[in-house]
Ligand binder design. Structure first.
Ligand code: CA
Length: 222
C-alpha cells in the first residue's frame, strides 16, 4: 500500500514513518502543502495522511483542490486537539477520517488499514475474498479456515492489492506503484519473484498471469 504523509513536523514524521513501514505501507513524504498536493495528483495513493496546518498551502485547501479535481483517494486529516471546527471543516472539504494530535501511532495505523479495507469484504482487522482471509495485524493468509500462513512484507502487500482488486487485472506497473515509495528502485523481475513465492503459499492457480497485462486474483478458490 502506497501512502502519502503530508506533515511539516520532522519529529512527527521520524516517529511515524518507520511504524507505517512496519505495518506494510510504502511511504512518500511532503513537508508543505504545495508539494503534497502535487504528489497526490501524480501518484495513485492508497491513502493520505494530511496535516491541516502546513506551510505554503494549508491542508484544507489541498484537500478541496483534490476533491475539486475529482480525486477520490482516502484522506485522513490530522487536527489540533479540541479544535472541533477543524474536523467539521475537514469533513466538509472531503476528508474520510481524522485524528487529533497528539495521537498514538497504533491508532493511526489501525485507522489507515480500515480506510484502505473499505469497499470490500472485511471484518475487524481482516479482509476476505472467496476462501482467502488476510490478517492485517499478523500479516498472514488463511485458506478455507486452515492454519494461517505467514507472509513476507512484500507478499503481504502484493496479496492485499490483488485481493482489493479481486477479479480485475492489475498491471506490474500498478503493483510497483503501490508497493514501492518514490525513492525505491523498481524492478519488475523482483515483483515476479515475489509472485512466484506467493503462489507457492496460496496455490499457483489462484493468481493468473495475463501476458503483457499483469496479474489477476481468481474470484474464489478452486
Ligand atoms: Ca503542522
Amino acid at each position: 500500500m502506497r501512502l502519502l504523509l503530508v506533515e511539516d513536523d520532522p519529529g512527527l514524521r521520524r516517529e511515524v514513518v518507520p511504524r507505517l513501514a512496519a505495518a506494510g505501507f510504502a511511504v512518500d513524504e511532503a513537508d508543505n502543502g504545495v508539494d503534497g498536493e502535487f504528489l497526490g495528483t501524480e501518484v495513485d495513493y492508497d491513502a493520505v495522511v494530511l496535516d491541516l496546518g502546513l506551510p505554503d498551502r494549508d491542508g484544507l485547501q489541498v484537500l478541496r483542490n483534490w476533491r475539486g479535481r475529482g480525486l477520490g483517494l482516502p484522506v485522513l486529516i490530522l487536527t489540533a486537539r479540541g479544535a472541533w471546527f477543524e474536523k467539521v471543516e475537514g469533513f466538509k472539504a472531503g476528508a474520510d477520517d481524522y485524528l487529533a494530535k497528539p495521537f498514538h501511532v497504533e491508532e493511526l495505523v489501525a485507522r489507515l488499514l480500515a480506510l484502505t479495507r473499505r469497499g470490500g469484504g472485511q471484518e475487524g482487522n481482516r479482509m476476505t475474498r472467496g476462501d482467502l482471509t488476510l490478517d492485517d495485524d499478523e500479516h498472514t493468509v488463511t485458506i478455507n479456515d486452515t492454519t494461517p500462513v505467514a507472509l513476507s512484507p512484500m507478499e503481504y502487500g502484493l496479496l492485499r492489492l490483488l485481493m482489493a482488486r479481486c477479479g480485475r487485472i492489475v498491471s506490474k506497473d500498478a503493483l510497483a506503484e503501490h508497493l514501492y515509495d518514490e525513492s525505491a528502485e523498481r524492478d519488475s523481475n523482483v515483483i515476479e519473484a515475489h509472485i512466484r513465492r506467493l503462489r507457492l503459499k496460496i496455490g499457483s492457480e489462484r493468481i493468473e498471469t495475463l501476458r503483457g497485462q499483469g496479474y489477476r486474483l481468481r474470484d474464489a478458490g478452486p
